[in-house]
Every structure is written in structure tokens, then in C-alpha cells.
Design a protein around this ligand. Structure first.
Ligand code: NAP
Ligand code: ZN
Length: 361
């Protein structure tokens, strides 16, 4: 691990929660100077992920206050360290969930799966190599190690690209791991049409699959079909609808942020089908054995993706022109946006206009 001693002399304006009320207020803090492996990024936009809510309200019990959330960051590079050859000032850059890993472990960091390194540290609420707490993208600028930075394709608008850095990569990897990027024609279900779910829907259609949205919100049916090209929509609160679609899907991605019954979702899978859970409810979910046994079904989890996969996903989005459906908010609306997101009232991702650009870029 590249441990270095750094001084944190740069003053940053940001927005933070100070306790589990989750209320976000302006907050001034410090970042390290730009080191030899670092780039400094002037942040233009930052997406609001449901993970930000889990953290600011301490729903997972691990929050260190004050917390500056934000891991769907896009901006412009303003400084590069002397060891950095792949970026220069003026480049469009993105930073997602990771700030550091050990860089050395054989099975994860060396083999390109560093998101599973047991020393992974996140963009906020993490501990960087120098022992400092990491602060995220609800702030004016970021100093990031260049190994945890990706390029934003030139054809993609910056604001609508920001959520790809977490929502995008989180749903891309399970599709890739299950051979669903290059083998079209499968029947895919996405549970929860929110920030992650709507990007998953776009990927599923771009990769040529039959798409079923499984949702608790009847009002999302029309948009699921008209806007995201869903071939089918199942209201998960309707037992009749769920039962009529038993054994119909090859693969399901569950993006739901709250505890919910897994049995009826598993029943939607064909024999040998796979359910990947990416949603991270704060309470454990029951896993009933009968739908697993009777359908020889598999349940897996998945966490974001490696930096190589993140760049690959960004490039795939550039190629297919995939961006997110966003509502841009001002920095004085962050609190309101978090409350609306907690109430499932967003289409489909809030993005904070950190640099007061409106959504031009
Ligand atoms: P989001 O925008 O709030 O979307 C979640 C969706 O889940 C909602 O739109 C809603 O869809 C559904 N939902 C909400 N409450 C529900 C309930 N009580 N029962 C059933 N369905 C419910 O959240 P997000 O930003 O997509 O994040 C989703 C989850 O993924 C969060 O837990 C987040 O922490 C986690 N996450 C995990 C990773 C990872 O690496 N694994 C990465 C990023 C985020 P409908 O209205 O369609 O039902
Ligand atoms: Zn996220």
C-alpha cells in the first residue's frame, strides 16, 4: 500500500450531515494537497445515490460524522501529479465509489477486481492511505488518486452521466458477470425502477434482452414501457400478477433499497435462474429455501465494479449513447432532494449542479 504523509491544507466548500437526522448543511473542510499520484477535479455535477441516504441517516450503523456524501462525481481536471500520465488539465473525469485499495493483493487488486479488496476505502466515510477520513462529491473539488478516476466520453452530457459512476457500474457488472452484455435474447427482470433500476433497464434493452420491470409503483408502468422500452411490467404487490409470471425469467437484478419478500421474486425465475441482489436494505431479508430448492435457483450479490470495468461501462455508454434520466437540483435543494428520494419521488436520479452550470455540459 502506497502510504504517504500528506497535509490537508486546501479549504473546500461542501455540504455535510452532522448527525443521524441526515440534514444536509453547508460545511467547510480540508483536503490534501495534490500528490504525485493525484489529480484535482473541479466538480461540476454529483448524483444522489440511495446509499447517501443510508449513510447520512446512519442506517447501516457505520457513519462517521460529519459526512460529506457523493460518489457519482463528474468534473474537469485542474491539476495532475508528476506520476500521472493518463490525464491532463482540462480532461473530463469521473470518480465513483472507490478512493483507495491495497493495490497489491493477488486475487483482487492485481487481477483487476480491486472493488473486492478487503482494504477497499470509499470516496466518503472511508479512511485514505494517509489516515484521513474521505469526503465525497457534495463539494467544490476533489483530490483523487488517478488510479480511481475514469474518463467521461466526449459525446455524453456531463450531468446525465454522473450517476453512471455508481448506479451505472453497479448494474453493468452483474449483467457482464452473467454473460448478458454480448448474448442477447434472454428474459431479464429488474426489481425497483429507481436510480439503479432505470439504468439497468436501459442496459437490458441496449444489450438486446426481453425486459420485465417488477415494481411496487403502478404509476411507473407507462414510463417503464414508453420511456425504457420494457416488454412487461409486474406489480409486485399484486399476488395474481406475480403468480401469473412464475418461471418466466432467466435472470433478475434486485435494486430495492428496503427490506422486501424474496420468495415471490425467486418464483419468477426459471429453473436454474439467477437472482443478483445489489440493493442494500438495512435489515436482513429472509431467504426462503423452497423457491431455491424447487427451482435450483442461485442468489448472489454484487458490489459496484473495478476501475477497468467502470471505464469499460463508460465507453459502452458512450457507444450506445446511454445516459441517466435526471432531475438537476441546486446545492440549496440537496436536503429536499434526499427527502424526496427517501419517498420514492424522483425520475429517476437527482443530480446536484455543484458548479451552478445548470445541465448544459
Ligand atoms: P432508489 O433510486 O431509491 O431506487 C430504489 C427503488 O426500490 C425504488 O425506486 C422503488 O422502486 C423500490 N423500493 C423502494 N422502497 C421499496 C420497498 N419498501 N419495497 C419494495 N420496493 C421498494 O435507490 P438506488 O439509488 O437505485 O439504490 C438502490 C439500493 O442499491 C440502495 O440500497 C443502495 O444503497 C444500493 N446500492 C448498492 C450498490 C452496490 O454496489 N451493490 C451500489 C449502489 C447502490 P419501485 O417504485 O419501482 O418499486
Ligand atoms: Zn451509489
Amino acid at each position: 500500500m502506497a502510504r504517504t504523509t500528506t497535509i490537508h491544507t486546501q479549504t473546500v466548500s461542501g455540504w455535510a450531515a452532522h448527525d443521524s437526522s441526515g440534514k444536509i448543511t453547508p460545511h467547510t473542510f480540508h483536503r490534501r494537497e495534490n500528490g504525485i499520484n493525484d489529480v484535482t477535479i473541479k466538480i461540476l455535477y454529483c448524483g444522489i445515490c440511495h446509499t447517501d441516504i443510508h449513510y447520512v441517516k446512519n442506517e447501516w450503523g457505520v457513519t462517521k460524522y460529519p459526512i460529506v456524501p457523493g460518489h457519482e462525481i463528474v468534473g474537469i481536471i485542474t491539476k495532475v501529479g508528476s506520476n500521472v500520465n493518463n490525464f491532463q488539465a482540462g480532461d473530463r473525469a469521473g470518480v465513483g465509489c472507490m478512493a483507495a485499495t491495497c493495490l497489491n493483493c493477488e486475487f483482487f487488486c492485481i487481477s483487476g477486481h480491486e472493488n473486492y479488496c478487503d482494504q477497499v476505502q470509499f470516496t466518503y466515510n472511508g479512511v485514505f492511505w494517509d489516515g484521513s477520513i474521505t469526503y465525497g462529491g457534495y463539494s467544490d473539488f476533489l483530490v483523487a488518486d488517478h488510479r480511481f478516476v475514469v474518463r467521461v466520453p466526449k459525446n455524453l452530457p456531463m450531468a446525465a452521466t454522473a450517476p453512471l459512476l455508481c448506479a451505472g457500474i453497479t448494474v453493468y457488472c452483474p449483467l457482464k458477470d452473467n454473460n448478458l452484455v454480448d448474448s442477447p435474447g434472454k428474459r431479464i427482470g429488474v426489481v425497483g425502477l429507481g436510480g439503479l433500476g432505470h439504468v439497468a433497464a436501459k442496459f437490458a434493452k441496449a444489450f438486446g434482452h426481453h425486459l420485465t420491470i417488477i415494481s411496487t409503483s403502478p404509476f411507473k408502468e407507462k414510463e417503464a414501457k414508453d420511456r425504457f422500452g420494457a416488454d412487461d411490467f409486474i406489480l409486485s404487490t399484486s399476488t395474481t400478477q406475480m403468480q401469473s409470471k412464475k418461471r418466466s425469467l432467466d435472470f433478475i437484478l434486485d435494486t430495492v433499497s428496503a427490506k422486501h419478500p424474496l420468495g415471490p421474486i425467486l418464483e419468477l425465475l426459471k429453473v436454474n435462474g439467477t437472482l443478483v441482489i445489489v440493493g442494500a436494505p438495512d435489515k436482513p431479508m429472509d431467504l426462503p429455501s423452497f423457491p431455491l430448492i424447487f427451482g435450483k435457483r442461485v442468489v448472489k450479490g454484487s458490489m459496484i465494479g473495478s476501475m477497468k470495468e467502470t471505464q469499460e461501462m463508460m465507453d459502452v455508454c458512450g457507444k450506445h449513447n446511454i445516459t441517466c434520466e435526471i432531475e438537476v437540483v441546486r446545492t440549496d435543494q440537496i436536503d429536499e432532494a434526499l427527502n424526496r428520494l427517501a419517498n420514492n419521488d424522483v425520475k429517476y436520479r437527482f443530480v446536484i449542479d455543484i458548479a451552478h452550470q445548470s445541465s448544459k455540459l
